[in-house]
Design a protein. Structure first.
Lengths: 279, 443
């Protein structure tokens, strides 16, 4: 692994029966960067995400995540551990995610959503909890403080004691990001964070993602269709089409790449006269 | 069924008549074969008047309800009811003063502790009867069901795992005491500590392979497990005694016994205290220990909802995939819920065996599982108070309405239907705890 990269994907292939969703996908996510994964609908972006976060076991290829301890971990090997293997180990290794269709704990309060995310950091001893020992109360207080800290960052403090399911859509999106951040990740994967947001909310979101990186020292990988958002905030863009990487580079390179424009506009390369690809 | 409230408030009698006719036909279809045909020897005798009469009653009722639903008052009621149905969970208000609730709790607890001593107190006979043998037995049974309801509430209400074989753990607890006394010579107190542990182990053994499944599959496997335990108890004649059951020794307290003469090498308690012998003594003792255990369990359960494990259970019920994405090992979390539930079931089993003095497999049929599940659903999934109320109501009400014993199951069904209409989320609406921001701003 290169020392500068946090995540290294090599030859990632995902097959569902005869359907090849991802074929030989390779890319790097540099430590401390904002990287975007884009592509037309059905290009296999979310499949890549599910492989990265351990929800799918990739049919082939490797995904290495650099860890603070030193030796990088391979996501697939976490899933293959006998008996205890599973995607939760990937989350513990430092990859947090949000979902395209929001998956909050709808009938729990906003604060509780954030406390559940800190499960690993809290005192999980049942006896300590039942008796309310000093250590238990201390970790619980810290957890609450962290939850309210993230609510403040996301501008959700006023909603702390509401049910997560009754929040407006835009705030649910932000709460989901806050919940992912509460796990203390090194890499946070955002699956279409701007979907369904109005232009003002989208602008706020791009500011927020920048803050996450600059102030909270977390690397961001996002899938997004909103090109102005992607071009505005990301340093590195990977373009997928039909499950393969067709281009990778900085926003300038991508904007002028004929392959990308062809993929988005569905035109023959010869007919393309340049210009920005939208959806 | 009811029309969306039109702007004008005219009452549409024709629509009501249509509804009534529909109800009449449906009732005829249902009642026709059930009460219209009577088996007499090898012949079937038709009694067509009876289903017609029944259907007419149903139609008249439907007509009246539909008409009333169109009056302004009726419309308001429907709207209010609908609002209540759709408003589900709420978050508690911050800083709500729980003083009144606490006062009520103290009174209920005091009352519960005084009940067995009522016959010795200067109170009216009607009240003293409550502490008599009959009502004390009923109360013990009710408390056992409270315990079972609380246990299943962990599994179904909090963790969202549909368990149709909960009675298996109940049986494990009861038979542990019976067979343990027979083969190992253990007593009530040993069983009280060990049976929950054994039941929890059974829960783990069952849970480990099963908990990778979801919803319906889990329900079927647990249903099967419940039946397996019952069939083993029924057919392993030389070990469990089969359908003949097994005797359970009466409980003791520090070598004091509750029988007229000492049978287990101790002293009878009435001799020790120098009081007259009373057949109630064993019941009083069982009731008091059971009450203490129930109170401890309720306390533990209310705590559980505020500690990480309980929160993880509820999160798992809400969304398993999101839980995994947050680093929560869903299998372990489910397993803990399953074991906690099984533990409570085992505990209830020990009390049941002690109370009956005898166990046999007929006490552990699927109907018991269904009854416990009904308690949990009626009480409101996840609500401790609701489950307690539902358990008391479902076990004590049939005793109060002894004369109507024939209609018990019918009333049960009616109650379920009414609950689904008026309180689909159970008697008590679940409420989430509120959190105040901590004083010092830490990272």
């Amino acid at each position: 692994m290169k020392p500068s990269s946090l995540l290294e994907v090599r030859g990632l292939t995902m097959r569902f029966g005869g359907i090849v969703a991802n074929n030989d996908v390779s890319f790097d996510v540099a430590d401390g960067s904002i990287t975007a994964l884009i592509g037309p609908n059905g290009a296999g972006k979310t499949t890549v995400f599910n492989c990265l976060t351990g929800f799918y076991r990739a049919s082939g290829g490797t995904i290495h995540l650099a860890t603070a301890a030193g030796a990088p971990v391979e996501v697939g090997s976490l899933l293959d551990k006998p008996f205890i293997g599973g995607s939760y180990l990937v989350a513990r290794a430092g990859i947090a995610r949000t979902f395209q269709n929001i998956r909050l704990f709808r009938e729990m309060s906003v604060v509780e959503n954030l406390l559940v995310a800190q499960h690993q950091r809290l005192d999980r001893n049942v006896l300590a909890g039942a008796l309310g020992t000093r250590k238990f109360r201390q970790t619980e207080r810290d957890g609450l403080a962290r939850a309210f800290h993230w609510l403040e960052v996301m501008g959700l403090t006023a909603d702390a004691n509401r049910l997560a399911g009754e929040l407006p859509y835009g705030r649910q999106r932000r709460l989901e990001i806050a919940r992912a951040m509460c796990t203390g990740p090194r890499l946070v994967c955002l699956d279409e964070p701007a979907a369904g947001l109005n232009p003002r909310e989208t602008h706020e979101l791009s500011e927020l993602i920048r803050t996450l990186r600059s102030e909270h020292r977390v690397t961001v990988l996002l899938i997004e269709h909103d090109m102005s958002l992607v071009m505005g905030i990301s340093e590195h863009i990977v373009v997928l089409d039909h499950g393969e990487v067709i281009a990778a580079g900085n926003p300038e390179t991508i904007r002028s790449s004929p392959a990308v424009i062809a993929a988005y506009l569905g035109a023959e390369e010869a007919e393309v006269e340049g210009g920005e690809g939208t959806r | 069924m009811l029309p969306a409230a039109p702007l004008h408030s005219r009452i549409d009698v024709l629509a009501s008549l249509r509804e009534a006719l529909l109800a009449f036909v449906l009732a005829l279809v249902v009642f026709g074969p059930v009460s219209g045909l009577m088996l007499s020897g090898y012949k079937v005798e038709p009694h067509w008047l009876r289903p017609l009469l029944l259907a007419a009653v149903v139609a008249a009722g439907r007509f009246a309800i539909h008409l009333l639903g169109q009056t302004p008052a009726g419309r308001r009621m429907v709207a209010r009811n609908q609002a209540r149905v759709h408003g589900g969970v709420t978050v508690a208000a911050l800083g709500q003063s729980p003083n009144r609730a606490r006062l009520l709790l103290v009174f209920v607890l005091l009352g519960a502790f005084v009940i067995p001593f009522l016959p010795w107190l200067p109170v009216p006979d009607a009240l003293a009867a409550l502490g008599g043998k009959y009502w004390l037995s009923n109360l013990i049974l009710a408390l056992i069901y409270v315990l079972l309801g609380l246990g299943l509430n962990i599994v179904v209400g909090l963790a969202g795992l549909l368990d149709l074989g909960f009675v298996a753990f109940y049986a494990v607890g009861a038979y542990f005491l019976a067979l343990g006394a027979q083969y190992l010579g253990i007593g009530f107190w040993t069983a009280l500590v060990c049976a929950p542990l054994l039941a929890a182990c059974c829960g783990a053994v069952l849970g480990f392979p099963v908990l990778r499944m979801h919803g319906d599959y889990l329900a079927i496997v647990t249903l099967g497990f419940g039946e397996i335990i019952r069939l083993v108890l029924n057919n392993w004649l030389e070990f469990t005694g089969g359908p003949n059951g097994a005797p359970v020794p009466p409980p003791t307290l520090f070598g004091l016994e509750f029988t007229r003469t000492a049978r287990q090498g101790g002293t009878p308690i009435h001799e020790f205290l120098g009081i007259e012998y009373n057949t109630n003594l064993k019941l009083v003792f069982t009731y008091l220990v059971l009450l203490v255990v129930v109170i401890l369990m309720v306390r533990l359960l209310t705590r559980l909802r505020q500690i990480p494990m309980g929160r993880a259970w509820e999160a798992l019920r809400e969304d398993e995939i999101a839980c995994r994405s947050l680093g929560i090992n869903h299998v372990v979390v489910k397993l803990t819920a399953f074991m906690m539930g099984a533990m409570t079931g085992g505990l209830a089993g020990v009390f049941f065996a002690t109370y009956q003095g005898f166990v046999n497999p007929t006490s552990f049929t699927f109907f018991e599982s269904a009854l416990i599940l009904a308690i949990v659903v009626l009480g409101g999934l996840g609500s401790t108070v609701g489950v307690i109320i539902a358990a008391l109501v479902l076990t004590l009400l049939p005793e109060l309405l002894r004369e109507f014993a024939d209609f018990r199951v019918l009333a049960f069904g009616l109650l379920m239907v009414l609950m689904m209409i008026w309180r689909p989320r159970g008697l008590i609406r679940p409420q989430r705890p509120a959190f105040a921001p901590p004083q010092e701003v830490a990272r």
